[in-house]
Design a protein. Structure first.
Length: 913
């Protein structure tokens, strides 16, 4: 094929170095072609880039005046392929050199790779490209016919849809048809290289064409959906999504490939680019499972390349690629430990316009792909009017990804024949651009003409290909009405999801046994703080170690981090992997977790639970970059892939989740309803007012609750099957059970935890070992320990840390007429558990919800009517009233005196109306 992989670039020989000195002007000229060639290359089908003559590409600027003069190009032009030795002495005229290099660097593919700080990468490209100019690359008849058939089918399909469904917004591919051969070539190259899984993320443009043309999505299913039918079985409680978010995950067989390759196109929301990190996380989780298998089979770690089997491919629109911050955040993860996927192949389907915004209004840099330079990714621009060049660019890109296991970007320059959708009139805003476009012959018909003229196919053959595809579409359309989505829907409960059930299923186990035998807890707890001989931890951490060991021995006083370690380790022993990611999660923002320890002499890192527990499950501590959206999206992607992994994302402080709001709105809270996708993701959001000011105080629990579809009364039919669980636990044991419940249920559900800061080490909040042993479980409501229930006049319901301040205050005031009931699980609202507790307070006169968050925030609006439902079910005239802060535009004041005053009033209001 194009070139060899795995070969090293040999260093320049003394003769080559000498030649470069002698012919320094020639070297400067050639480097200018490599560096600036793209600025003059003919990559834009519409020629809107308005290229100027690039002075740097003129040999006269370097004193190279005579085109007939011969030069020794050894060590200057790389005439031999990568790894084929250092080259021989070679004499070329200046004219030959110019012609050779311009055909490469100033042609219909433009290369940007000279910005790479890696000499190896730069040389690799030069060798590859200069030893194999376009004129040497020939395509077989079969390859050409394959390209043509994809183009022709795409065009026929778009025309068919336009004819049959003229009011449909289909986001057709007309003008960008080369996207299909681009993907076909990529899938084929990957399959031949041994890739078995491709995780594909893409937006709307051409999605239907890809689905039906390459990804085996049944046409009848699409037509059924277009006509208003369902694409997924409705009886599972799903409400589906629009046609431009449809998915498929076929196995594709390519000639010469050892195995078929499974291409999984992910569902995505309309929010452009939001799916990118999800695709990365899913890719990584697949790779991680392979890595475990390889290691188990005895493969040395340095010979494990699971990324060679699983490839991430992302398509982007030009406007969104340059505009959406998540692109930068996701690219930023590409080479990081715990986040790399061994390189994503990005294809920007660049039609030079986003809705009505032309490139000149969309990006401040020259190309929309410039963002890729932040990670020094090579960028290939290719003219989409020339499908064979597109195929070539893709092959180069894939070779690079295979060789360096890093991201690469192909900027596929095309145009958009119609408006943003087919009902839009593009000439309102781009009259000149569209005058040009209207006069153009389509990409498929230009290619057809080329193949007819070079003898690849006859006019009749081309016409037959089109007409037979049209006939197929017509017959599929007539089958659309009788299409049954239930029998065809891709079920998530296959392969690694086998054995799990739908959350609404009668067999769903919502409240499994989560307790763990004491000896296991002890074993895990001890392993969680043990290091090998000679590993020197920070002296201050000795306290952390000894206090954990002491608590374990006593079976009392287990703090939050210990409970977490016990949940992690016990799950690991049961075969589950744990992955926790976020900023500084290894140590923990509040210096509480210390799940990784660092040798003070060497900076070696140890994860004691991995080192000392001898479990099949592994704990991956993924300290992340300073991103919320991409990192949460990434973990969410992990959760789609692996039900046997506990994926946790921890915000540094709860409020920072709002940088990832798109992921929460469009994936975490809604994916099951839209796409029948389950997820066991856990969000840890440190929450609570502690005088830290407007930020760092609130995880905006009200927003999470507002996103839930919790029921308003104790309706048994939907009990437990809310879209996500929202909890505000107040004891380490409760947290322990929640983490374990997340894995031990036979279905998966997102869990949002308003997690503690001050409670992490509060002795009063510590738990006993007994509360984690068999028989104990997570309690959605915690009653008051006051024994004399008959004396209680005022029942205060609340969530979270305030409880401990209230109990302390009650002791100081020596009051026994006020009870504190903690609602630990806010969604699904625990109607029944709360009723059982409230029933005990038959003499109570007042029922209050107390919160430290301002009245317009916190859980109040969620709980108010629901508590009333419970109260009224006990006594007709029982009602809940509100106590706590007034409404506010911020979660907490920034002036500490004001904070303290307010907080005291909150505490006081628990005792008096
Ligand atoms: C985050 C986000 N903002 C705005 C939109 C609305 N919108 C849909 S398509 C589109 C233009 C996209 O342009 P481009 O990325 O170039 O893709 P194209 O449609 O041209 O293929 C916009 C602004 C959106 N879907 N998502």
């Amino acid at each position: 094929m194009y070139f060899l992989t795995g070969l090293r670039i040999s260093p320049a020989s003394p003769a080559q170095l000498q030649n470069r000195t002698v012919n320094a002007p020639l070297l400067r000229y050639i480097d200018a072609l490599r560096t600036h060639g793209h600025r003059a290359a003919r990559i834009d089908p519409l020629d809107l880039l308005q290229r100027e003559e690039v002075a740097a590409l003129n040999p006269r600027r370097y004193g190279l005046l005579d085109d007939e003069q011969k030069y020794d190009v050894n060590g200057i032009v790389w005439t031999s392929p990568v790894g084929a030795g250092s080259g021989t002495k070679d004499e070329w005229t200046l004219g030959e050199i110019t012609q050779h290099l311009r055909s490469i660097y100033v042609g219909r593919i433009a290369y940007e790779y000279m910005h790479s700080p890696s000499k190896t990468e730069r040389l690799w490209f030069s060798h590859l490209l200069e030893s194999q100019p376009p004129s040497n690359v020939k395509m077989s008849k079969d390859q050409k016919t394959r390209i043509y058939s994809l183009l022709a089918q795409s065009e026929t399909f778009d025309q068919f849809l336009q004819l049959k469904f003229p009011n449909l917004k289909r986001y057709g591919l007309e003008g960008g048809e080369s996207m299909l051969p681009a993907l076909d070539v990529l899938f084929a190259a990957a399959a031949r290289a041994g890739v078995e899984d491709i995780i594909l993320a893409m937006p709307h443009r051409g999605r239907l064409n890809l689905l039906t043309d390459l990804l085996k999505f049944p046409h009848a299913a699409l037509f059924h959906k277009i006509k208003g039918g369902a694409d997924i079985p409705e009886h599972l409680g799903a409400s589906g999504d629009v046609i431009s978010h449809l998915v498929a995950s076929p196995r594709l067989q390519y000639e010469g490939a050892p195995n078929s390759v499974k291409v999984s196109l992910l569902p995505n929301p309309s929010h452009l680019e939001a799916v990118n990190p999800i695709a990365l996380g899913k890719t990584r989780a697949k790779q991680f499972a392979l890595l475990k298998d390889l290691l188990q089979a005895g493969t040395p770690l340095n010979q494990c390349f699971p990324g060679d089997k699983v490839l991430s491919v992302q398509l982007h629109g030009d406007a969104s690629f340059t505009g959406q911050g998540v692109v930068m955040e996701s690219l930023g993860l590409s080479n990081l430990p715990h986040f790399t996927v061994g390189g994503t192949v990005h294809i920007v389907v660049n039609n030079g316009i986003g809705y009505t915004t032309p490139a000149s209004g969309a990006h401040s840099g020259l190309y929309s792909s410039d963002i890729g330079k932040m990670i020094n990714a090579p960028i290939l621009h290719v003219n989409g009017d020339h499908p064979e060049d597109v195929a070539r660019a893709i092959e180069v890109a894939f070779k690079y990804r295979t060789h360096f296991r890093k991201d690469i970007i192909v900027d596929l320059l095309v145009y958009r024949r119609w408006g943003h959708n087919e009902l839009d009139e593009p000439s309102f805003t781009q009259p000149l651009m569209y005058e040009k476009i209207r006069s153009r012959r389509s990409v498929p018909s230009l290619y057809e003409e080329q193949l007819i003229s070079d003898g690849t196919m006859s006019h009749e053959e081309a016409a037959t290909m089109r007409s037979s595809y049209k006939a197929k579409l017509a017959s599929e359309l007539s089958a659309a009405d009788s299409y049954d989505p239930v029998s065809h829907a891709v079920s998530m409960l296959q392969e690694q999801w086998k054995g799990l059930v739908w959350p609404a299923d009668d067999n769903a186990v919502r409240d499994p046994e989560t307790g763990v035998d004491r000896e296991v807890l002890l074993r895990v707890g001890r392993a969680s703080v043990s290091v090998s001989e000679g590993f020197e931890i920070h002296p201050r951490l000795q306290r952390h170690v000894s206090s954990r060991l002491r608590a374990l021995d006593k079976g009392e006083g287990l703090d939050w981090a210990t409970a977490e370690a016990l949940a992690f380790g016990s799950l690991m022993l049961e075969g589950y992997d744990i992955r926790i990611s976020g900023q500084d999660v290894g140590r923990g923002t509040f210096s509480q977790r210390h799940a990784m320890l660092v040798d003070q002499n060497t900076e070696d890192v140890i994860v004691p639970l991995n080192a000392g527990l001898d479990s099949t499950g592994r704990l991956e501590l993924a300290n992340s970059s300073l991103s919320e959206m991409a990192v949460l999206g990434y973990e969410y992607g992990v959760s789609w892939e692996r039900p046997d992994i506990l994926p946790i994302w921890e915000a540094q402080f709860g409020d920072f989740f709002n940088g990832a709001q798109v992921i929460i709105d469009t994936f975490v809270s809604s994916a099951e309803t839209k796409w029948l996708k389950q997820s066991g993701i856990v969000l840890l959001l440190p929450h609570g007012l502690d005088g830290a000011g407007p930020e760092h105080s609130s995880s905006r629990i009200e927003r999470m609750l507002q996103l839930t579809n919790d029921r308003y009364g104790p309706d048994e039919t939907t009990a437990g099957n809310v879209n996500m669980h929202i909890v505000y636990p107040t004891t380490p044991a409760q947290y322990f059970h929640l983490l374990r419940r997340q894995m031990l249920r036979n279905f998966r559900k997102p869990l949002v935890v308003a997690s503690p800061k001050g409670l992490l080490r509060l002795p009063a909040a510590a738990s006993s070992m007994t509360s984690m042993e068999p028989g104990a479980r997570f309690e959605p409501v915690l009653g008051d320990s006051l024994t004399d229930k008959a004396s209680v006049q005022r029942v205060v319901m609340l969530s979270g840390k305030l409880y401990y301040d209230l109990v302390k205050e009650r002791q100081q005031r020596q009051v026994n007429s006020v009870a504190f009931i903690r609602i630990e699980e806010l969604c699904p609202f625990p109607f029944e558990s709360l009723r059982l507790i409230l029933e005990q307070y038959s003499n109570a006169k007042e029922f209050v919800w107390l919160q430290e968050e301002p009245q317009n925030q916190g859980a109040w609006t969620h709980v108010a009517s629901r508590i009333d439902v419970v109260l009224q079910s006990i006594k007709d005239d029982w009602r809940v009233s509100y106590a706590g802060r007034r409404m506010d535009s911020v979660p907490a004041p920034g002036i500490s005196q004001v904070y303290r005053l307010q907080q005291q009033r909150v505490i006081d209001s628990a005792f008096v109306s």
